[in-house]
Structures are given as structure tokens and as C-alpha cells.
Design a protein around this ligand. Structure first.
Ligand code: GCU
Length: 449
């Protein structure tokens, strides 16, 4: 089963809840990403699916905001001016979309509890580290799993991925610590079962290592719960909540902001590990975690590259488009991913002062790769393409390349400049095809350095 796709009952309008099917059997444990994901092929008028528009001529065609125009209407002409404009966009994104990320609070410290020299049949060094980070209320922590290719010259470039179901789902290696995950109804924290090992088929650790990259991963469940009202369940958002504030309001950060914060704390550790080349760390995430990777990369310039798999609305797809998932549908199913202010724009996303082309531009001139899938129209692949095109002028201004075309490519026809993009055949998932493109992109931009 592939996390992030296997649990999508088409046309089911059940509201989320990362949660699970009872007990602790395999199917039981994995995160139920139950989603409002109506089938794109369903004819209009057929039940729930009719709520989503899949007709390009009705997508709204509202122009995307120009990243190179200041809030006061003046044009950005130089890289120095872009620096200032970048701050404006970041602020707007914090204020109206993901919420304000708190500054790092106090000193992060680590406990390396595993350093095995002969993992994966001798092909890898496996390290596991608990990363402790203080918050105003208590010390939070997350577990990082890392494999380094046994024979590669040090320090190695690393791909840091954020996963859904626990570090043990990325490989069947029995040495990986089992995560504590939310299961059942109501969700409670329990240790993931042995049978969940290697269950996320979206990762092929050995393939990544064979190409000379290290692979590191953290689980989003260590950081912040993924369900409505999860902010009161001891996650990071609760830890940073000001005293006397009963619930998130205004620009208080949503779950995506918290998950992105967890990625930055993982980077704090990677910077300390001498086996890792901290100047060559790429981040990767799928779906809601693709949105997270984009936001993490937008804020934290230490990440040298961003790989955003099927990130869709709330990620690389513009809010302004009425195609597939919309802000309105998201406001019902996943409002807690974002700050409460975003909900003021439901029904009038065209009034949002920022959009996803500017989110991508925040990453410039660092390489970013955006993907969609043909059978995942819910995520609006064409919208992601338009945003990637519109981010291009910022890359150009900074001396890099954009997508270098405004012609939407065909299926399985990757474009790879400093911005990369493809729509592959198949559904909402991370596949071997996606990794082939990511690794080629990494070879071009990270390895070559
Ligand atoms: C739902 C949601 C998407 C999200 C996806 C996921 O389908 O509508 O926005 O990307 O879940 O994270 O699995």
C-alpha cells in the first residue's frame, strides 16, 4: 500500500482524519488519508463529483499575481530589490496562508541512538537520532532515520524526506525504530506494528544510495497531529500557543507550518553531522507533505533543492483556479493545515494577495521540481504548470533558469531546468518514475557541485 494514495475512496465526502482502521494489523496501522477526492472522470451531475470542476474553460482564468511587483505597485528590477520583495511575499504567505512560523526556541540537541556500520546488507551506514527542540511549554522531539551509502566519498549530499506513517515504513530494515503514531477513533498514540515496516512504496532507499546520495527521513506524526482540533493534542502548535489562547486564530500557524518547522529542525542536525554535506540537502514530500516541502524550502534557505510530489492545491497549484480541489472544499476538509486567516478568502480566492507562483519563487534561485499525475486532476497538474511558469522570471532575474517554456508538456515528458516539472501517467502517488526524474535533477544540480 502506498501512503497518500491507497486510502482515497473516490467520491467520498468524509472529512479527513489521519487515522486508522482499528487494531494494530497492517492495514490497521497505516495512516488513513481519507480524503475528499472526487473522481476526475465522473460526469458532472453525478453525486459528489459534480462539486469539483474539471473543465479547463471554467477554471476561472484569474491572472496570477506577479512576483516581481512590490505591494505598492513598483516593479522589481534587480536582485537586491528582489530580496526586499521576497520578504513581502514571505510575510503575506505567513499572514494569509500557512501562518507565522515561530522562531527557533532555544537550543536544539540530539541523541544518536543508533550508528550501524553494516546496514542494508553492508550497503549502508544507518544512523538514528532523536532531535530534541525546546518550545515555550515543553521539549518536543522527533526521530530522524538516515542511511548513508557505505562507499561514497564524504561528506555526501542527502535527500531528506518527510513521511506519513513512521520511519519504519520507508524500508523493511528490522533495525528501524518503530514510530509512535495516531491510530483508532478517537485517535490515540500507539506504537506502530512490526508489520508496517517497508509499507510505504513511495521510497526506494537502496536506489537513492546507489546513486551516491544519503537518505534521511522524519515522520510528520512526530511533529503535529493531522486531524481537526489536533492542535490540542500535544503537538508543536499547542506547545507554541500563547498562554490563555484557547485555539488558533488569525495568522497562527497551521499543521503544514509545524511539519515544515520539523524539517528545519532535522536540518539543524544534518548541519552538525560531518558525514553530511549540509550545503547539498534536498527536501522531498508527497501530497500534503509536498505542500510542506515547498513551504519548508520557501522559508529555510539552507535547503538546497525542493522536490514537491503531487502537492496540488495548498502547494504548487494556484488558489485562484477553480479546478479539482479548491479553497472552498479544503476549508471543510483540512482547514487546520493553514492559518485561520486563509478561510476569509473562501469563495474569493482571487482576492488573496499572494499565490503559488510566488511560493515557488521564494525558493529561487534554488532548484525546485514539481510533479503531477495524469489521474490526479484533483491536484490540478495544469495549474501547477502555470505557477511554475510564472515563477520563472524570478529565477531569470537571479541568473538561473525557469521552466524555459510556456507549453504544457505531454504525459511523461519531464522538463528540467532550474525549475523542473512533469506530469506522469497514473495516479496520486510517488513512483519509480518520479524518483528517476528527481535523481537526474539532483545529479544535475547537487552532485555536479
Ligand atoms: C487530500 C487533499 C489533498 C492532499 C491529499 C494528501 O486528497 O485533498 O490536498 O494533497 O489529501 O495529502 O494525501
Amino acid at each position: 500500500m502506498r501512503l497518500g494514495d491507497g486510502f482515497r475512496p473516490p467520491q467520498k465526502r468524509s472529512i479527513l482524519f489521519l487515522v486508522v482502521c482499528g487494531g494494530l494489523s497492517v492495514g490497521a496501522f497505516l495512516v488513513a488519508l481519507a480524503a475528499v477526492r472526487p473522481s476526475a472522470s465522473a460526469a458532472p451531475g453525478l453525486g459528489q463529483a459534480s462539486a469539483a470542476n474539471y473543465d479547463e474553460s471554467k477554471a476561472g482564468n484569474i491572472p496570477l499575481p506577479d512576483p516581481l511587483v512590490f505591494n505598492n505597485g513598483k516593479r522589481v528590477r534587480t536582485p537586491a530589490q528582489w530580496k526586499k520583495r521576497r520578504e513581502e511575499i514571505l510575510k503575506l504567505y505567513q499572514q494569509d496562508v500557512y501562518g507565522v512560523t515561530p522562531k527557533r526556541h532555544g537550543r536544539v540537541h540530539y541523541q544518536v541512538f543508533d550508528d550501524s556500520r553494516d546496514a542494508l546488507g553492508g550497503k549502508a551506514i544507518r544512523k538514528q537520532v532523536t532531535i530534541y527542540f525546546p518550545t515555550p511549554k515543553a521539549e518536543a522531539h522527533e526521530d530522524l532515520l538516515m542511511y548513508l551509502p557505505a562507499n561514497a566519498p564524504r561528506p555526501v549530499p542527502v535527500i531528506l524526506a518527510i513521511n506519513f506513517g513512521g520511519n519504519q515504513t520507508v524500508d523493511a530494515d528490522p533495525g528501524i525504530k518503530l514510530a509512535i503514531v495516531w491510530t483508532g477513533k478517537p485517535p490515540t498514540r500507539r506504537k506502530a506494528p512490526e508489520s508496517s515496516r517497508g509499507h510505504d512504496k513511495g521510497f526506494d532507499v537502496e536506489k537513492i544510495l546507489a546513486r551516491g546520495y544519503g537518505f534521511a527521513t522524519i515522520c510528520y506524526q512526530d511533529i503535529e497531529p493531522d486531524f481537526q482540533d489536533g492542535y490540542s493534542q500535544g503537538g508543536l502548535r499547542e506547545m507554541f500557543m500563547p498562554p490563555h489562547q484557547p485555539e488558533p486564530t488569525g495568522d497562527y500557524w497551521g499543521a503544514i507550518g509545524a511539519w515544515a518547522y520539523g524539517m528545519s529542525r532535522a536540518m539543524d542536525y544534518l548541519q552538525k553531522d560531518k558525514d553530511v554535506d549540509a550545503h547539498r540537502v534536498a527536501i522531498m514530500g508527497h501530497s500534503r507533505l509536498g505542500k510542506t516541502a515547498l513551504w519548508a524550502g520557501a522559508q529555510d534557505k539552507r535547503f538546497a533543492m525542493v522536490l514537491a510530489n503531487c502537492s496540488g492545491r495548498g502547494g504548487a497549484s494556484p488558489w485562484r483556479r477553480n479546478y479539482g480541489e479548491t479553497l472552498a472544499s479544503m476549508s471543510k476538509a483540512f482547514p487546520y493545515w493553514f492559518c485561520p486567516n486563509l478561510m476569509n478568502y473562501v469563495g474569493e480566492a482571487g482576492k488573496l494577495p499572494v499565490d503559488s507562483d510566488e511560493l515557488i519563487a521564494l525558493i529561487a534561485p534554488r532548484p525546485v521540481y514539481i510533479t503531477g499525475a495524469q489521474d490526479d486532476q484533483w491536484a490540478d497538474p495544469h495549474g501547477m504548470f502555470l505557477a511554475a511558469v510564472a515563477a520563472g522570471p524570478v529565477y531569470k532575474l537571479l541568473g538561473a533558469e525557469g521552466l524555459e517554456t510556456d507549453q504544457m508538456p505531454g504525459i511523461n515528458q519531464p522538463i528540467a531546468h532550474t525549475i523542473g516539472f512533469h506530469v506522469r501517467d497514473g495516479k496520486h502517488a510517488v513512483t519509480a518514475y518520479d524518483w528517476d526524474q528527481y535523481l537526474a535533477f539532483a545529479d544535475a544540480h547537487l552532485k555536479a557541485r
